[in-house]
Design a protein around this ligand. Structure first.
Ligand code: ADP
Length: 485
């Protein structure tokens, strides 16, 4: 645990979550057609713990031939079993997966923290319960599709290829798999290369649930494995969450094909504080929006806009709060900010911090000692930021916040919308009419009012502009996996 230098912050005794109850294999094969199969190339890569750089497991690297086997298994399962099964029966399997996940929630949470570097508080209280709830929620829809789409004939699409990132590994798998299964599709899913382990644990649960072989296939690997899924001619739909750069590659690759797609890409979301906002709550909202989960949230509130007359007060309170944040071992229940997901990501974040300094913005970082091993970044804010600065325009994906001020509502709307992205936004004010005004004018998929980073399976999520298209979650999330006649 990194000790805070500030004497006014409490020193907590370490409270480490145990790891003795988790079961991790030394080596993971591919989960194809209900069986664990070796990769045809014989290649494996290492999944390491970013908090201490120790090896957690070796994971199979799937190539085109393996992806082809997975797609064939998914097609066979779709044609012979899953598309023919009564929706009520499909729902039972999805419920079963949700319950099994719940039973092993603690194991999932610990593995997620080990593999992704996120704090145990976050994986235990947010990632895993939300992932279970997604399965519960979509299990409920499976036999009610005619109510979701009244007077329409609902058909499934076929085989869904799903590619997910490393920031919410299990949750993103749940977001993708649950609605696909509920609507009668089969799945080939690829987790991100740095965070495959909870998806592989999910495969074990899927096996235990008795889900018919081939309905869900999990193939691990790098970008080449993802590309093999995208380019496979027998995949009917691509669901991708990741960077805008890869999203554009995928768009190009599937142009002119009949493949449907939903893309959930990057963000540079605005968190807007008006002078009538409850300031202490807003400061908590800022911290929650950008520092928790190390800023590894695509909808992170990474651009803060504070009304000019309260800017000094908000920044002073924010700095005070930052000094009380614990950076360190993700498995310690006191930790607020865990490890950055990978060495590469830490390098990217540090590159942007240097860019911010070079651009003339004023930096403030808390002065905590970071652990000697592992990848860590202290909470960082930049003031004196210009709208055109790179740090205010590009996604950093780390605990780095830019702060700008504004005077009028129109000015902040213009500034907040001046971004190629449009994933989310936050508005803090006591005035209801102002909230409604901003929600209609901010070009963002989600606008939170007097809160930030709140998720629920019933609520749709997705972006505007370069943040992608299509919605996941809620009734809208079903749309992405059906053909309506
Ligand atoms: P991030 O910046 O969040 O790591 P990426 O877009 O690089 O986002 O990665 C998200 C997912 O996309 C990962 O599972 C990664 O392996 C996969 N991926 C990377 N390159 C490609 C590609 N060219 N085609 C398909 N998937 C890819």
């Amino acid at each position: 645990m990194a000790k805070q230098n500030k004497t006014e912050s409490w020193e907590y005794a370490p409270s480490l979550e145990g790891t003795s109850h988790i079961q991790l294999k030394k080596k993971y094969d591919l989960f194809i057609d209900g069986k664990w199969v070796k990769p045809t190339s014989g290649k494996y890569f290492s999944s390491i713990n970013p908090a201490n750089e120790e090896l957690l497991a070796e994971v199979a690297h799937a190539n085109e031939a393996d992806v082809d086997l997975a797609v064939k298994a998914a097609r066979k399962a779709y044609n012979n079993v899953w598309s023919k099964m009564a929706p009520l029966e499909r729902a039972k399997y999805i419920y079963r997966i949700a319950r099994l996940m719940q039973e092993r929630a603690r194991e999932f949470a610990v593995i997620e923290s080990l593999d992704a570097g996120k704090t145990i508080r976050e994986s235990r209280d947010i990632d895993v319960p939300l992932a279970c709830n997604h399965f519960f929620y979509y299990a409920g829809w499976a036999d009610k599709l005619e109510y979701a789409f009244p007077n329409r004939k609902v058909e499934s699409l076929g085989v869904a290829g799903q590619i997910i990132p490393w920031n919410f590994p299990l949750l993103m798998a749940a977001w993708k798999i649950a609605p696909a299964l509920a609507t009668g599709n089969t799945v080939v899913l690829k987790p991100a290369e740095t965070t495959s382990l909870t998806a592989l644990k999910l495969a074990e649960i899927i096996e235990e649930s008795g889900l018919p072989a081939g309905v869900v296939n999990i193939v691990t690997g790098y970008g080449d494995t993802g590309a093999a899924i995208v380019n496979h001619p027998d995949v009917n739909k691509i669901a991708f969450t990741g960077s805008t750069a890869v999203g554009k590659i995928i768009q190009k690759a599937i142009a002119g094909t009949t493949k449907k797609s939903t893309l959930e890409l990057g963000g540079k979301s605005a968190n807007i504080i008006f002078d009538d906002a409850p300031i202490d709550q807003a400061v908590e909202g800022i911290v929650n929006g950008i520092f928790f989960n190390q800023g590894h949230v695509c909808c992170a509130g990474s651009r803060l806009f504070v009304q000019e007359n309260i800017a000094d007060k908000v920044i002073r309170k924010l700095k005070q709060r930052m000094e009380s944040l614990y950076v360190g071992n993700p498995l310690d229940k006191n930790t607020d900010i865990g490890a950055i997901n990978s060495k590469e990501q830490l390098e990217t974040i540090n590159k942007y911090i240097q860019i911010g300094k070079n651009e003339g913005a004023e930096i403030y970082q808390t002065k905590c000692d970071l652990p000697k091993k592992g990848y860590y970044c202290p909470p960082t804010i930049f003031t004196n930021v210009a709208q055109s600065n790179i740090i205010a325009q590009e996604e950093i994906f780390g605990p780095v916040l830019t702060i700008q001020t504004f005077r009028t509502v129109d000015e902040v709307i213009q500034k907040a919308n001046n971004s190629p992205y449009g994933l989310a936004a936050g508005v803090w004010t006591d005035k209801g009419s102002r909230i409604f005004n901003l929600t209609t004018k901010l070009r963002a998929g989600v606008v939170w009012a007097n809160t930030y980073n709140k998720f629920d399976p019933t609520s749709p999520f997705g972006g505007y502009k370069e943040s992608g298209f299509g919605r996941e979650g809620g009734l809208h999330g079903l749309n992405a996996y059906v053909k309506l006649n």
